[in-house]
Design a protein around this ligand. Sequence first.
Ligand code: NDP
Length: 290
Amino acid sequence: MRLLDGKKVSQDILDEITAAVALLPRAPRMAVVQVGDDPGSAAYIRNKIRAAGKTGIESEHVHLDGKISQSDLNTRMAELSASNLDGLMLQLPLPAHLNEGEALEYLDPDKDIDGFHPVNLGRLISGLDCYVPCTPAGIRELLKREEIPTSGRHVVIVGRSLIVGKTAALLLLEKSDLGNATVTVCHSASDDLAVHCRQADILIAAVGRAFLIKADMVKEGAIIIDVGMNSIEAPERRSGYRLVGDCDFDGIGDRAAAMTPVPGGVGPLTVAMLMSNALQAAKRYIGQEN
Ligand code: NDP
């Protein structure tokens, strides 16, 4: 089984971004907006801020009180959008009393480096130029750089969230060399999940359930992209937990042709594609400044 080393591929992408940033007349400027103190979000934001620093992108962590009202959050998003930032993103999930869709409407779509504004999602589904959501973009980039063709192949995606499953399906369906797949999307109401999974030439798991996908659900020679990030108890570790994917990595190893590890697979690619979108945003604004 070939290990699809997301960490290495993401480093290659970050190196290319660093070189491109160095050629710009000024550094790109981005911000990550966090509401409240979700511990998972804090770790993701640290990785994003670190990657920005390494590539020469100026980044700001805007940390808002978890009790902020919807209208104050909307106003803050509008203010940040009107500032001299090239790009910004709202770290999800938000505290339960806030509506993320409403807050995202106050984000300038031209600065929406996560690609979740309805304008960018509409452009994506229309096949127009847009900011592509980072996790599906990272999966597509990994397949491209690992020379795994998608054209004509059956991709089965488990999970239909907007941020991963649904948008990955759209990308892989695109009529292009990096798409052209036959795509099946499964979810919690799908009957016979194993039957669908066993048909996959490329299986993408984006569920959030540790080890849901077992070896007997995988076709011999399949490519496995494990997006899931699940924290499970590990008393032998100082932290008391470890991160695992949605796939039973050890069991599947004998059947799959190639597979992403967790951690070190899709996660670093998501961060790299955010930097790529921030670079794209800066180029757009620097173009207007000249
Ligand atoms: P969501 O909870 O938004 O979506 C999960 C999806 O899985 C839903 O479509 C749900 O179905 C489906 N599902 C749940 N249980 C089952 C089941 N038993 N069988 C089939 N489908 C099921 O999660 P996200 O998409 O946000 O994230 C998924 C995972 O990916 C998480 O572990 C998350 O941490 C990780 N992730 C990793 C990223 C990375 O960069 N590596 C980035 C983003 C997410 P239904 O729609 O019917 O509820």
